[in-house]
Design a protein around this ligand. Sequence first.
Ligand code: MG
Length: 313
Amino acid sequence: MSTFPQLDAFRGGNGVVRLVGHRGARGIMPENTMEGFEFTIGIGVDALEFDVVLTRDRVPVITHNHTLLGSATRHPDQAWIQEGDLKVSQMNFADLQALDVGGLDGETVYGKRFPDQAFLCNVRIPRLTDLLELANRPGMERVCLLLELKSDPEAKGDTLTQRDVVEAVLAEVREQNLEQRTLLHSFDWDLLDECRRQAPEMPTSFLSELPANLDGAGEESSKSVGPDYAALTTSLPQAVYSAGGQMWCPYFQDVSHDLVAEAHDLGLLVTTWTVNEIPDIERVIDAGVDGIVSDYPGRAQRCILSKGMHWEG
Ligand code: MG
């Protein structure tokens, strides 16, 4: 049995499949925003996945790409920013606050992926602290956090930067006393090593995505910071177990019943991302995963219920 109470909210079985809102509920609300997180909690999905990047003045902020996405970010005059222009690590938090991340440019490839996403104005990139404070409000005791640390491919192998990022993030989680409701999650398995060194009391969740399967447009490449999958001499669950992880988070196209069973035999939990289409959601439930990360948590709720299961237990 695990010694990490944080894992209970992510453990499936006995008619339960856990549901995690991806960047809040990206399919219908602006991603990685307080508005999206509050919406997701409001529909009864208390597990939130989100991405953390450090600003130049060392403020952990919640945004996916190191270089802000042109199709999801506006200047104060509402003009879309130029793709590739603004890198979070080169900006201070105050600079970020001038930008509006409440909508998607429907003319772009990324914008076309989420035609149902609400378009809001005056939405700011939140600080990690803003979400932690929300989780500490009365009535929010069930909220749990799948906190993804985004490793900058340009800083790959830079252990000082890694240490700095982990320190800054952990300081805030500890300041809010939320270690017991947080999992540290990353594609960068070296960074997760650093997490385990600095926070042995917090479980680590190992993301994977095999090179054969590509994710969608607008996603900043995560593969360049991940392990060399071709060089692995064991299965992915075995590799995660050997690396000291508690949870394996495979891309949904890489999930099979046998791999889930192998992970469970090793004592790992399995939470798969990002599962949005109904046949895919049904398939991963049938494969026996503990949890599903989805841009459409409402749709996933309905799939889980249709199988006579629930996401809370
Ligand atoms: Mg993420």
